[in-house]
Ligand binder design. Structure first.
Ligand code: ADP
Ligand code: 5GP
Length: 184
């Protein structure tokens, strides 16, 4: 059996990665979305094992040292990482796997999976990114400020990615991602 395709979706916080991925999974329920581990505390409504595996720092560091993550990064004061074993199992059965991760992690994946399709999601403007982060209403003001600061660095790296999609009109962006995922 042919191994499955690995799709990496990255871009600054608030650009709409999670929204795009949710819609993709509704359109194509067979896609497998990797569930990451994080040391960030759960937001209201987030579910353990569904949104993230929520870990304390010592547990995360233990797993990191044991090589359990395909990639990991520190982002806005918290660790995030992709559990290795679930991804390997899914790819081995020919499953298409989606990672929704930040820039440093996306760079690391490139090294272990050079054939991964790497997509950078851009906002229509920086002002619109800021508006989306604030309107989402899920982060404290200090967290929003950190995310915006990080966003400037991330946006400057968009050219490293073979596929760049502007998430202005949601449906248009979804169609573009769909083409990348399913092209041969
Ligand atoms: P990310 O996962 O990249 O941090 P989210 O998916 O949480 O971003 O989206 C951030 C906010 O932007 C949410 O409130 C979401 O509803 C909104 N959003 C996402 N895509 C669009 C779009 N194409 N147009 C307008 N608002 C959007
Ligand atoms: P949030 O705290 O908003 O859920 O996520 C913050 C950032 O971390 C987002 O850009 C998100 O894509 C990224 N992220 C989520 N999971 C992972 C992961 O496993 N690895 C890396 N490197 N980034 C992740």
């Amino acid at each position: 059996m042919q191994p499955g395709q690995l799709i990496v979706i990255t871009g600054p916080s608030g650009v709409g990665k999670g929204t795009l991925v949710r819609h993709l999974l509704t359109r194509f329920p067979n896609l497998y979305l990797s569930v990451s581990a994080t040391t960030r505390p759960p937001r209201p409504g987030e579910i353990e094992g569904e949104d993230y595996y929520f870990l304390d720092r010592p547990s995360f560091e233990e797993k990191m040292a044991a090589g359990e993550f395909l990639e990991s990064a520190e982002y806005a004061g918290n660790y995030y990482g992709t559990p290795q074993s679930a991804i390997a199992a899914q790819l081995a059965t020919g499953q298409t796997v989606i990672l929704e991760i930040e820039l440093e992690g996306a760079r690391q994946v490139c090294k272990s999976f050079p054939e991964a399709r790497r997509i950078f999601i851009l906002p229509p403007t920086f002002e619109e990114l800021e508006r989306r982060l604030r309107d989402r209403g899920k982060d404290a003001e200090t967290a929003i400020a950190r995310r915006l600061e990080r966003a400037r660095e991330e946006l400057a790296a968009s050219e490293e990615f073979p596929y760049q999609i502007v998430n202005d009109d949601l449906e248009t962006a979804l169609d573009a991602i769909e083409k990348i995922i399913f092209s041969r």
